[in-house]
Design a protein around this ligand. Structure first.
Ligand SMILES: Cc1cc2nc3c(=O)[nH]c(=O)nc-3n(C[C@H](O)[C@H](O)[C@H](O)COP(=O)(O)OP(=O)(O)OC[C@H]3O[C@@H](n4cnc5c(N)ncnc54)[C@H](O)[C@@H]3O)c2cc1C
Length: 398
């Protein structure tokens, strides 16, 4: 029987998400992956359990969690539980809760009242789309990007975005766009002053979703499609914050450790998979198996310690240190998680990559997901910060 009351105690919150993840999300993950469909039932269950707006403030009916509020670790622990069950679902969830966090930090009171009510009362789903890589991949026949024009009483957005996570599931998208031309925010290089955040109602008939672009190795049910805007009008009332706010206030740094929490969830899932597999095969006396298990266990512990460290910095208001520590955690977590998956595969052997196998899906998902925010750029940012070079904590390159 589903609990409908909103849990508030931190441990209860994490436990409720863990139960849902184990009982509901994990058994469905293979289906969503095979069919590359948005995990709509999972979002529905999170909504019915009162867990779908963790980063909306309490005065608007949310749970008031996240690094911009006083509790980062509870949010990241919830995300980790979801990622243990299904890394694609965790990406869609992150996109949604990060967007609510951005609204909390940047939207005005009227906007918050409207949009948080939709999320809390009706389970409306959000996502944030920058996704305008400017260099064409050899297989791509078109160049991506949008233009944004100021018109009377609003803005007109025209063109394409890719990596539009939750494209077929979300109700609203925060469009990260640029008055200076294509590139969104993450792939732009000009002045932040031309960069805008626009809330876009995805039921607008001028918006077309193109799934033919999307056939990746993993993260398939994030449905991170190509989205085409055909001169989509966004009213002025949907402009969020001031131009350049996303970069100038370092909003990406609130989200970077959140990705690390998801990677850690995948690592814990691969570790648990190996423990079950090896125990059921009675291979626990093998010294090489013992080495692999020890390595996995230490990596998982290290990941959890990093996450707690970064959460504590945010929670104690050490913002600058927290920002760069978040990138350090994101870097180290990518490698710890990939290492755990490799150890799990080596300990279990070839059959663990023969479908159906949760480890086979984790391997594919993680290898693709770690491309989200480039590790080379993250490492360069950390190096610059140590060497006193000019840098931006969200590794934007002006
Ligand atoms: C599963 C998944 C979901 C995603 N969901 C979203 C989402 O919801 N919203 C969103 O906005 N984005 C999303 N992204 C997109 C992500 O943030 C990046 O935009 C995307 O990964 C960029 O594609 P790319 O790595 O092929 O290309 P690139 O960005 O071109 O990066 C490839 C390589 O080129 C290098 N490079 C990049 N720019 C330059 C340059 N100017 N000069 C020299 N070298 C350069 C990089 O360092 C990297 O090594 C998602 C990505 C994934 C994998």
């Amino acid at each position: 029987m589903m609990e409908t009351r909103t849990p508030t105690d931190k441990q209860t919150l994490i436990r409720r998400v863990r139960e849902l993840a184990r009982e509901e999300f994990a058994p469905r993950a293979a289906f969503y992956d095979e069919t590359a469909t948005f995990p709509a039932e999972d979002f529905d269950l999170l909504f019915r359990a009162g867990l779908n707006a963790p980063t909306a403030p309490e005065e608007y009916g949310g749970l008031g969690l996240g690094p911009h509020r006083a509790d980062a670790l509870t949010l990241w622990s919830m995300t980790k539980e979801i990622a243990k069950a299904d890394l694609s679902l965790a990406r869609c969830w992150e996109g949604h809760v990060n967007s609510l966090m951005l609204l909390d930090g940047c939207a005005n009171e009227a906007q918050k009242a409207l949009w948080f009510e939709g999320a809390v009362q009706r389970g409306e789903k959000w996502v944030a789309w920058s996704g305008e890589p400017q260099s064409r991949a050899p297989s791509e026949t078109q160049k991506f990007g949008t233009t944004t024009e100021k018109v009377e009483a609003g803005y007109v957005v025209d063109g394409t975005k890719v990596f539009a996570t939750s494209a077929t599931g979300a109700d609203w998208a925060i469009l990260l766009v640029n008055l200076a031309g294509p590139g969104g925010i993450r792939h732009a290089t000009g002045s932040p002053d031309t960069q805008l955040l626009l809330a876009c109602d995805l039921s607008d008939p001028t918006i077309k979703i193109d799934g033919t672009w999307w056939d990746p190795i993993g993260m398939r049910s994030t449905v991170s499609y190509l989205v085409r805007f055909n001169r989509t009008f966004i009213p002025e009332t949907h402009l969020i914050g001031y131009p350049g706010q996303y970069l100038l206030e370092g909003w990406q740094t609130y989200f970077i450790p959140h990705y690390a929490a998801s990677f850690l969830g995948a690592a814990e899932a691969a570790y648990d998979f190996a423990l079950d597999y090896l125990t059921s095969q009675n291979k626990t006396a093998d010294p090489y198996v013992q080495h692999h298990v020890a390595n996995m266990s230490i990596n998982v512990d290290t990941g959890n310690l990093w996450l707690r460290h970064v959460a504590r910095l945010w929670e104690e208001g050490e913002r600058e240190e927290a920002q760069i520590a978040g990138s350090r955690a994101r870097h180290v977590m990518e490698h710890l998680a990939e290492d755990v998956v490799k150890h799990s595969i080596r300990a279990c052997g070839a059959r663990c990559l023969n479908r159906p196998s949760a480890l086979e899906r984790i391997y594919r998902d993680l290898s693709f997901y770690v491309r989200h925010d480039n590790d080379d750029q993250i490492l360069a940012t950390i190096g610059k910060s140590i060497l006193g070079q000019p840098h931006d904590a969200s590794f934007y390159k002006p």
